[in-house]
Ligand binder design. Structure first.
Ligand code: UDP
Length: 285
């Protein structure tokens, strides 16, 4: 199978593609899906992952984030429709907002503040899901929606701004780890190799209904910071900073649906995953 990748590099980098250079089955085009993309020949799958996904990055690009979730999604669904391709939307646990139900099953509608700083991302992804369902119902496009929970792995940007890249860079440099608030808020952390298997399972065996993909192993942000200090063998201390507005207090996927329907579940434990991402950050810092 040949792969054509599109990226405008608003958060990605050409360097991340260097291992694919010269691969005859891989082609890259610098393009913005918000402007429409024209592709000759057949297309089997359209995987729509375009969007900033880190809170500081979507906060810095709110209009672009809204556009790529709405107009970009519409353009990619139009492409899938024209090519009779299967379309996969990378949605997010942020559709649940600051959840009032824990853990979060796909049937939960969420608790999102549309006008807060996270609204540009959360509402764009909610709109993207509505687009996918509308194209499936109206034009019978073969669609998938995956709701991705916190994931990490090699080739994340050092300046990404999310907890794991921040904490790892800080621990390696011997700087204080910046824990926002008291660190009692929780996240459930998935390693990238598990997520990729889940994406492929959803593509092959999924249907149009959303499916959570994430690791249900839940930790507080303070525990996460301490684990990274320990695994890095660092002498960094922890420094508390102000908690961002609307920061979700808890997050854990209910993955019953993915287990039963896709036969998928994560296999990489929290510490094993953290060790691998840490090794990557060490290699680039
Ligand atoms: N966080 C933190 N310090 C940082 C970056 C993030 O304490 O330097 C916290 C953040 O407030 C949130 C959690 O870590 O409670 C996860 O944040 P991240 O930005 O990784 O993703 P989110 O799950 O909020 O989208």
């Amino acid at each position: 199978m040949r792969v054509l990748a599109l990226d405008n590099f608003i958060t990605g980098s050409a360097q991340n593609l260097s291992s694919l250079q010269g691969n005859p089955d891989f082609e890259f085009r610098q393009a913005d899906v918000n402007h429409g993309v024209f592709i000759g020949g057949n297309v089997r799958y359209v995987l729509h992952f375009a969007s900033p996904a880190s809170p500081p990055q979507y906060d810095a690009n709110p209009i672009h984030t809204l556009k790529v979730g709405t107009i970009g999604t519409m353009n990619m669904l139009g492409l899938a429709r024209a090519k009779s391709a299967t379309f996969l939307l990378a949605s997010t646990s942020e559709v649940y907002g600051d959840p009032l139900i824990h853990p979060q099953p796909e049937s939960y509608w969420g608790n999102v503040n549309p006008i807060g700083p996270r609204g540009c991302y959360d509402e764009a992804k909610r709109c993207a899901e509505a687009y996918a369902m509308a194209y499936q119902r109206t034009h019978q496009v073969d669609t998938r929606i995956i709701r991705i929970f916190n994931t990490h792995g090699p080739r994340m940007q050092i300046s990404d701004g999310r907890a794991i890249p921040n904490f790892m860079a800080q621990a390696i440099r011997g700087e204080p780890l910046t824990v926002y608030g008291d660190g009692s808020q929780t996240r459930s952390i998935c390693y990238i190799s598990d997520l990729v298997r889940g994406v492929l399972a959803a593509l092959e065996r999924g249907d149009e209904l959303p499916v959570n993909l994430g690791n249900p192993e839940e930790v507080s942000v303070l525990e996460l910071a301490k684990a990274i200090i320990r695994l890095a063998g660092s002498s960094s201390r922890i420094e508390h900073r102000e908690l961002p507005v609307d920061d979700p207090k808890q997050r854990r996927p209910d993955i019953t649906h993915a287990r039963e329907f896709l036969g998928w579940q994560p296999v990489v434990g929290l510490e094993d995953g953290l060790r691998q991402t840490l090794a990557y950050f060490r290699s680039v810092l």
